[in-house]
Design a protein around this ligand. Structure first.
Ligand code: ADP
Ligand code: MG
Length: 199
């Protein structure tokens, strides 16, 4: 499971996060909501280990996957290579199965620039799940997709989470997404020394 115990996070002299404590147990999905600029992405970067410049501790499992708002795919690598580079011991047929699973069957040789935004998001999702992560962090994974694509990806993500069972923490602005995916919703609100969890 993930155990978050943040005392404070500042950017320079500006406090961004105050005291924030919560756990995400294995198989549990928590949605993180709150106004723009409150510190949601900052919190996700701390939980995922990308930002270690804070006071406090985060305990996380070994096998981690992060899905950002913008797809972070390697532009000069094919869809298949984008999966295999991150997971060097991954059997090729397993990678191909996962591409098929997310609706990218037959597109293994295409480069990210040849895929639509929705397909790039699907590829990011495939890359995240193919390693069977114990921890999944997602920052607004469905934002700026058309309604139909967004719904399809939401359903797919729900299925993959149910099959894989990671401790999942994701940011959303969409209460419907939180309803569909999350067991629990945490809300960040402004406090005197940076954002804290609303009770
Ligand atoms: P959210 O994801 O909730 O919209 P962010 O975590 O991106 O909010 O940002 C929280 C606050 O921290 C904002 O005021 C933002 O301007 C500031 N901030 C974010 N990243 C940096 C950075 N690298 N340096 C300085 N300030 C930052
Ligand atoms: Mg953000």
């Amino acid at each position: 499971m993930i155990r978050v115990d943040i005392q404070s996070k500042n950017f320079g002299a500006t406090p961004v996060l105050g005291s924030i404590r919560f756990d995400v147990s294995n198989g549990q999905t928590i949605a993180l909501v709150g106004p723009s600029g409150i510190g949601k992405s900052t919190l996700l970067r701390i939980v995922s280990g990308i930002d270690s410049d804070f006071r406090g501790t985060v305990v996380r499992p070994e096998k981690q996957a992060v899905v950002f708002q913008e797809p972070t795919l390697l532009p000069w690598r094919s869809a298949l290579e984008n999966l295999c580079i991150i997971h060097p011991n991954l059997p090729k047929d397993r990678a191909l199965d996962m591409l098929e699973r997310v609706g990218l069957g037959g597109m293994a040789a295409l480069f990210p620039g040849q895929l639509s935004l929705g397909q790039q998001r699907r590829l990011s999702l495939a890359r995240a799940f193919v390693g069977a992560p114990e921890m999944l962090i997602m920052d607004e994974p469905f934002v700026s997709l058309d309604a139909q694509t967004g719904r399809a990806m939401l359903t797919l993500t729900k299925e993959l989470i149910a099959e894989t069972g990671p401790a999942t923490l994701f940011v959303t602005h969409d209460i419907h997404e939180a309803d569909v995916l999350a067991d629990r919703v945490l809300k960040l609100q402004a406090g005197p020394q940076g954002a804290i969890l609303a009770v």
